[in-house]
Design a protein around this ligand. Sequence first.
Ligand code: UTP
Ligand code: MG
Length: 491
Amino acid sequence: MSADLPARPDPALVILVGASGSGKSTWAQRRYRAAEIVSSDALRSVVGSGEHDLDASAEAFALLEQIVAARLRRRLTTVVDTLGSDVPRRRGWLAAARAAGVPAVAVVLDTPAAVCRARNAARDRPVPARVLAGQLAAQAATRSQLDEEGWDAVVEVAADVVFETEAATAAPPAARTSGAEPSLRHGVVLQISRFPVEVDLLAWLREVAGAAEEVGFAGIALMDHLIQIPQVGRAWDPMPEPWVTLGALAASTTRLQLGTLVSPVTFRRAGITAKAAATLSALSGGRAFVGIGAGWWAREHAAYGLEFPSAAARLDGLERAIETMKALWAPGTKPYAGQHVSLPETTCYPRPVGEVPVIVGGGGARTLRIAARLGDGCNVPADDAGLDKVAAYLDLVREAGRRLEDVHATVLDLPLVGRDRDDAWRRVEALRGRTTAATFAARHHAGTAAEHAERLGGLARHGISTVFVSPLDLAGAADVHALGPLATALI
Ligand code: UTP
Ligand code: MG
């Protein structure tokens, strides 16, 4: 198998290879959605009298080819359930996958001949013994041909794993092996970006936060916007003020870290944010953090009578804000004379309990420099470009003479999480808007919580300590519970 290909790439073309009764259909049905499996037997019963109507073979295969081609053109995972022994057909499917830029995998059901024979004999309509014998005799040759054909992976499935359940194959990666408690230093923080309409908001928040605490999230982050942003919902959806809301969460939780992701520096004078965060820290026993950024959405500023200066001026403001907050949180009340800010005194009581980490959101070059020099962490999207930015940020931290252990390299991930593969794809269809299903599913890594946990765990390799996750359609506590293994993927 090629080095960087996951065991089961997705999307992918998957062709099954194996004799009758080797368990091909069973293997596929346990791992893929019915719509993803294209079976010559099933198509025989669509255009013929039944699965075994050999007279309908030509038309069934013509349909099969059309379906495979159409799905691959849309980059949708396609599992081809035939004997897999026809070389020209295999080459055709491989070429179609290559043309679509989709990885092509051959799955060989390596089931002992005796098992195939026994299963065949137990069927209502067994394949004639000499036909099965011919298939079994051809197996070794097929196996070596596959190696030469250039499949991205040839996966051999032993007979005894065919019935392995999905739950077993999707077991979360050794979660919480360290026995460590989740923290802002190492953990997954749940970002809440949408709030329900016409429900008791406090009761809803309590339930969601209780569930988050139970499943092992490190914290809760609230989006800080004055109007719901179009990327998430409709302008008339509720968007509570986050510092007030975090105060309510402080009272109903005991362990979760609490903060914003991110507060635009344009909304509040930095001294007021320093006061709010210090108060939250005091109310929560030291669980407050501040996510802060330059702000980007002109509309919400105009609507609330706030100035929205140029990007350069907003970044100047970001520098001043971090300096001001840190100065006010520092011990004592002495005057402060910094690079961009001077204060005649720094009297801020109640004092925060311990440190209040400042996570700077945004991936622009100057933002990253500010984050590395003045802040305690960065936050960028969890995509390839974001990973490059994390690497750049960590370099800047080193250049600034700071220790990597002292900073938080964080990313924001927007996963689409389904209870199972079917549910994930139902959600893709419901949420994708005008984006094609394959693009939307890939962008949000549509999959189960266990699959997301594995992916997030892999981010640690890039120096990422904390992931903020904002599930696309988090409706309430039940959805938080369903996130299960994802919550503890980084500890
Ligand atoms: P399948 O119907 O999955 O085999 O299993 P197949 O390879 O797709 O066969 P063809 O090519 O379409 O004819 C055959 C029988 O073996 C049982 C299944 O329940 C089915 O009755 N089986 C399969 C097991 O008992 N255990 C397994 O692990 C897999
Ligand atoms: Mg079958």
